[in-house]
Write a protein that binds this ligand. Structure first.
Ligand code: GLA
Length: 386
């Protein structure tokens, strides 16, 4: 993590009573493939990154949380017992995590806290999951005797998004932030919660993000509409095939059967999701064989689906994807929820320098600003630093 513990500590000392607390970290994530599949009970393939959130926390013996956002230079105080919670969105993440941990029986007390992050906001790298996860992990350590299992900590973050922020997200981001392991991607079955670590060291290739710097904002966005479309189609299929509980169980034939009963748009969204389920499994097989050409091919297919069927791309991201294709990059696609943020690119080492240069120059020429290049290093999940 580029973030310096010392910076967080010095602000914590300055903004509170001069004493120090415990320091925790939790990362953002990338996702190799498996986009918008988590809330359809499908598979995802994320890994934690080195960028993340660091928080210093010290119990203060009251029922109040006094929180300082170092990056926003904003301080908020709220009571753990106030059902409404604070107004500021950043503080609502912390409030939501506290309330959800309390609902699990963890006797959370008031605390002072300062936090800072180096996950670019709105880049599709899950800065919000990093924030939720650092507090879920810390509260479990400080008040919960670490009795809450890791997957439940991830769900605490997810419920925070649903109930306190209004984004009906899946489990991928919080899962990855909590469970990440340096050097490994994880294949998660979002239905059963089973997952497997895949050491990821593609010899001769690099993973690089190109951040379009178009800020994606999932709050109040069409993200929730996408989820609704999937649920509509799954419900129609379920009426004919009771064994189908979600789109994870559906086939293209089943989709064709219900086409007359669903909107064109919903059918198009579902078509993407059914295809994406297969692509994740194909990528897992290909990775085991070291077949990166197939991995890359699937990434391009995913981009096409996200852009043309799921419609979560934008001009800037499609442009970056086209450049990757022109420059011979092995695989490239939108990463995360979409509507802005980054592309993730699997590029051979010999093409890397040229690709990065061409992507930056051409993008700047067209859109008048430079995209930001982020080399991916797969890092560890939530942990105590000090
Ligand atoms: C966001 C959500 C995740 C997932 C992705 C798309 O990051 O938080 O749950 O749905 O979008 O794959």
């Amino acid at each position: 993590m580029n973030l310096k513990i010392d910076d967080v500590r010095s602000r914590f000392i300055k903004h509170f009573d001069g004493s120090t607390g415990s320091i925790y970290a939790s990362p953002g994530r990338i996702n190799l493939i498996g986009e918008h599949t988590d809330y359809n009970d499908g598979f995802v393939f994320p890994g934690a990154v080195q960028q993340g959130m660091i928080a210093e926390i010290k119990p203060n013996g009251t029922r109040n949380v006094r929180a300082y956002s170092i990056d926003l230079k904003d301080k908020v105080e709220f009571s753990l017992d106030d059902e409404k919670g604070p107004k500021a969105t950043w503080a609502r993440y912390i409030f939501g995590v506290c309330r959800e941990m309390m609902a699990l029986g963890v006797p959370v007390g008031g605390f002072n806290t300062a936090f800072s992050g180096d996950v670019p906001l709105g880049a599709g790298m899950s800065s919000s999951a990093a924030l939720e996860s650092v507090y879920a992990f810390a509260l479990n350590d400080l008040w919960g005797d670490n009795k809450i299992e890791k997957m439940e900590l991830a769900r605490v973050g997810q419920r925070t998004e649903h109930k306190y922020i209004g984004v009906n997200c899946g489990i991928m981001d919080q899962f990855a932030s909590i469970h990440g392991k340096a050097g490994s991607l994880m294949r998660l079955d979002c239905r059963s919660g089973e997952f497997k670590y895949y050491p990821f060291d593609p010899k001769g290739y690099k993973l690089v993000l190109v951040n379009s710097c178009v800020k994606h904002e999932l709050v109040g966005s069409p993200y929730n509409d996408r989820r609704k479309s999937c649920e509509n189609v799954a419900a129609k299929i379920n009426a004919k095939h009771p064994e189908v509980k979600s789109l994870r169980d559906a086939t293209y034939e089943m989709l064709d059967e219900v086409r007359p009963e669903v909107s064109k748009e919903d059918a198009m969204r579902a078509h993407y999701v059914i295809g994406e389920r297969e692509r994740v499994l194909t990528v897992c097989d290909a990775l085991e064989k070291g077949d990166y050409e197939t991995v890359g091919h699937m990434m391009y297919e995913t981009h096409y689906g996200l852009s043309k069927e799921y419609e979560v791309s934008c001009e800037e991201l499609d442009f970056l994807n086209d450049i990757a294709k022109q420059e011979g990059v092995t695989g490239s696609r939108i990463m995360g929820g979409g509507f802005g943020g980054c592309t993730i690119n699997l590029v051979s080492e010999e093409l890397y320098n040229n690709f990065v240069k061409v992507a930056v120059d051409k993008f700047a020429e067209k859109f008048g600003k430079k995209p930001v290049i982020i080399d991916v290093v797969i890092g560890d999940g939530a942990r105590k630093l000090e």
